[in-house]
Design a protein around this ligand. Structure first.
Ligand SMILES: NC(=O)c1ccc[n+]([C@@H]2O[C@H](COP(=O)([O-])OP(=O)(O)OC[C@H]3O[C@@H](n4cnc5c(N)ncnc54)[C@H](O)[C@@H]3O)[C@@H](O)[C@H]2O)c1
Length: 249
């Protein structure tokens, strides 16, 4: 499969804006589609002025003004689905609702070229349920591409393949992720199991930490401390819940 250089992102919310930023910083041309002008303006301002945005990146010395300007020049925002028709890859990042995702992909299938790869950023819905919305031919180029928040910072992308996903499509996304500085893992689609690899293990650790707390065995501080000093975790399981919901400092 040819190298992916042009990418569409559907939904410019928390994840879509971060994914678009990460890919543009990595050198890809990215078009973000959301539903109205106010939403695309919000998405653009997250990329520029957000907590993990380009401006903060320059202030913190993570990038230069010149590179930030070049990244922004590779990004465009639209309300029109038709503007994504020439993309090599389209990543869906609309809310976690199976019917909504299927509706979006059903529409996209009629707009995008036959070679375009479709990816969903679902946190755990089955890829083989969502891909029912597209043609049998497209299912070969349909894959889960699960990013972590904040996408411009977190290194991992889980690539989730259904039985129909072609190996070339997985390889094309591996190569793209490598180019933009992300690490990938391959995950087999497992309908009925929510959370792929990382979130399943994370949820299990958090559940157990909460049980330890409820049983009165230790304080929240000591539960976190045990994992930080005992297992070299960067933060403890209870602190992770706070970081994942309120953002990392
Ligand atoms: N938030 C996280 O930490 C996180 C992490 C990994 C994966 N995810 C997954 O990413 C997906 C998006 O989550 P989010 O937190 O970014 O949601 P969000 O609500 O912040 O953003 C969703 C965006 O999609 C837009 N949208 C809805 N319908 C649309 C359509 N038909 N066309 C274009 N845009 C449309 C909304 O206007 C909104 O801007 C979900 O599947 C979620 O499970 C979220």
């Amino acid at each position: 499969m040819p190298e992916i250089t042009s990418i569409g992102v559907i939904g410019g919310g928390v994840m879509g804006s971060g994914i678009a930023q990460a890919l543009a910083v990595g050198g890809a041309r990215v078009t973000v589609r959301d539903l109205n002008e106010a939403l695309i303006e919000k998405s653009r301002s997250t990329v520029v002025d957000g907590r993990y945005g380009l401006k903060r990146g320059v202030e913190r010395g993570k990038t230069t003004q010149k590179d930030a300007d070049a990244s922004l020049a590779r990004l465009s925002f639209t309300t029109s689905l038709g503007d994504l028709k020439d993309a090599d890859l389209i990543i869906e990042a609309v809310p976690e609702d199976l019917e909504l995702k299927k509706k979006v992909f059903g529409e996209l299938d009629t707009v995008a070229g036959p070679e375009t790869i479709f990816a969903t950023n679902t946190s755990g819905l089955a890829i083989s349920d969502i891909n029912k919305a597209v043609s049998e031919e497209r299912r070969k180029r349909f894959i889960g591409m699960h990013w972590f928040s904040p996408a411009p910072v977190m290194k991992l992308v889980e690539l989730v393949y259904a039985p129909e996903t072609a190996d070339e499509a997985i390889a094309a996304l591996e190569s793209l992720c490598q180019r933009v500085g992300k690490a990938t893992v391959r995950v087999k689609d497992a309908p009925g199991r929510y959370g792929f690899i990382a979130n399943r293990i994370y949820f299990a650790a958090v559940r157990e930490a909460q049980k330890v707390l409820e049983e009165g065995i230790a304080t929240p501080e000591d539960i976190n401390k045990a994992m930080v000093f005992g297992f070299n975790w960067p933060v403890g399981p209870l602190a992770m819940v706070e970081g994942a919901t309120k953002g990392w400092q």
